[in-house]
Design a protein around this ligand. Structure first.
Ligand code: SAH
Length: 215
């Protein structure tokens, strides 16, 4: 079916994502495809392709499109990869990962958000996503190891279990507290050796849990 918001979405990709340096063609294709407006509450539909985060209820947000793109590119997702996402939220990031051909394992601590995301993703026909309501700082041990872990909430430090659950050659993409906001870290594990790269500054809601913030 024709999607009247397709032009707005194409503009979002060019003006917000390509313009800021994301160049991976499969990532850009995924952002042109996934209907972001389906992941925001009714009253924000017409703002869905704007350059910023939006409220999704329960004090949480759907992240800025560019930030989702930057994290997705950093995760270097290949078709068939097993990807762990911490912070299901609206389900938008999970849809992008699924669109790239990954098997997605997504963990959310708030049941209501997980249920809503599941409904939207089901209705859009994404079948290769599994959901868990739990403290994502513990990872998802039963499904480990993962080719990449994408954390979409701000952590005080690197949660050890997530590092442990990375496959050899795996990538962990995570915003870590640094003064008044966070810095996106990309941690890779190769033959047991950890390499850490710091990318751009960002602002996510707090990652709350045993290996995260207290409250
Ligand atoms: N990826 C989401 C962004 C969600 S915002 C999207 O595309 O819309 C971050 C989410 O992380 C919130 O829904 C919050 O409830 C959740 N969260 C915070 N701490 C968590 C934890 N320890 N485990 C799982 N989810 C957590």
């Amino acid at each position: 079916m024709e999607d009247p918001l397709e032009p707005a979405r194409a503009r979002m990709v060019e003006e917000q994502i390509v313009a800021r340096g994301v160049s991976d063609q499969s990532v850009l294709r995924a952002f042109r495809t996934v209907p972001r407006h389906e992941f925001v509450p009714e009253e924000y539909r017409r703002d869905a392709y704007r350059d910023g985060p939006l409220p999704i209820g329960n004090g949480q947000t759907i992240s800025q499109p560019y930030m989702v793109a930057s994290m997705t590119e950093a995760a270097r997702v290949e078709p068939g990869n097993r990807i762990l996402e911490i912070g299901t939220g609206s389900g938008y990031q999970a849809a992008i990962l699924a669109e790239l051909g990954a098997f997605v394992f997504t963990v959310e601590r708030l049941r209501l958000l997980s249920n809503l995301a599941q409904e939207v993703l089901d209705s859009l026909g994404y079948t290769q996503i599994r959901f868990l309501v739990a403290d994502g700082t513990l990872g998802w041990q039963a499904e480990a190891p993962f080719d990449a872990v994408v954390v979409t909430a701000g952590a005080p430090h690197l949660p050890e279990p997530l590092l442990d659950q990375l496959a050899d050659g795996g990538r962990l993409v995570i915003p870590i507290e640094d003064g008044f906001s966070q810095i996106l870290h990309v941690v890779t594990k190769t033959e047991g050796e950890i390499h850490e790269e710091r990318k751009e500054r960002c602002t996510f809601v707090p990652l709350i849990g045993e290996f995260g913030w207290d409250r």
